[in-house]
Design a protein around this ligand. Structure first.
Ligand SMILES: [Zn+2]
Length: 101
């Protein structure tokens, strides 16, 4: 097993896991429940991690990940709340604070 990716939002981790599964790559989520089980310590260490089960498939998984990240960066998005345009780096609308969808 090799660690592919970690993110504070486990929905993103599961999203990626699904994508890998469709590509025939088995993966496992580690630390899935950790962020709720350590009191107020929501540190980087407790973020859910996505591990590729088969080391032979790691390179393939990594290139899929890279494509996904590339698709979600460098692209502006429009807020669904106020229709304002936001930069790719922002997860919240600068105008009304709504989360990017
Ligand atoms: Zn907005």
């Amino acid at each position: 097993m090799k660690k592919l990716y970690t993110h504070e939002n486990r929905l993103i981790i599961y999203n990626l896991k699904n994508v890998l599964q469709h590509a025939g790559i088995a993966s496992q989520v580690i630390n899935e429940y950790a962020s709720g089980g350590v009191g107020d310590l929501a540190t980087f260490d407790t973020w859910p991690e996505l591990w590729v089960s088969n080391n032979d498939q790691f390179d393939q998984a990594e290139s899929i990940l890279r494509n996904i990240v590339a698709a979600h960066s460098g692209q502006e998005w429009y807020c669904r709340g106020c229709q304002e345009k936001n930069g790719a780096a922002f997860e919240l609308c600068w105008n009304c604070g709504r989360v990017s969808e």
